[in-house]
Design a protein around this ligand. Sequence first.
Ligand code: SF4
Length: 72
Amino acid sequence: MRISVDPERCYGSGDCVYRVPAVFTVADGFGAVRPGGEAAADDPDLRDALREAVEGCPSQAISVTEERPGRP
Ligand code: SF4
């Protein structure tokens, strides 16, 4: 799974960190994917929380792309 935070949109509300601390952190005042966060996001137990983080980001700065093995 590929996860990114658009630094041009993020204004550092921290909502994503509150919702999924295993995936997101705050770096220099802005939301960011923490080291190992993409791997952590593969946990099925975090799927709902991750979706809520994406949908709940007030600036729509979070992008999630499912990786499909065998496809370019
Ligand atoms: S919820 Fe959105 S605006 Fe807030 S810190 Fe996370 S990415 Fe940035």
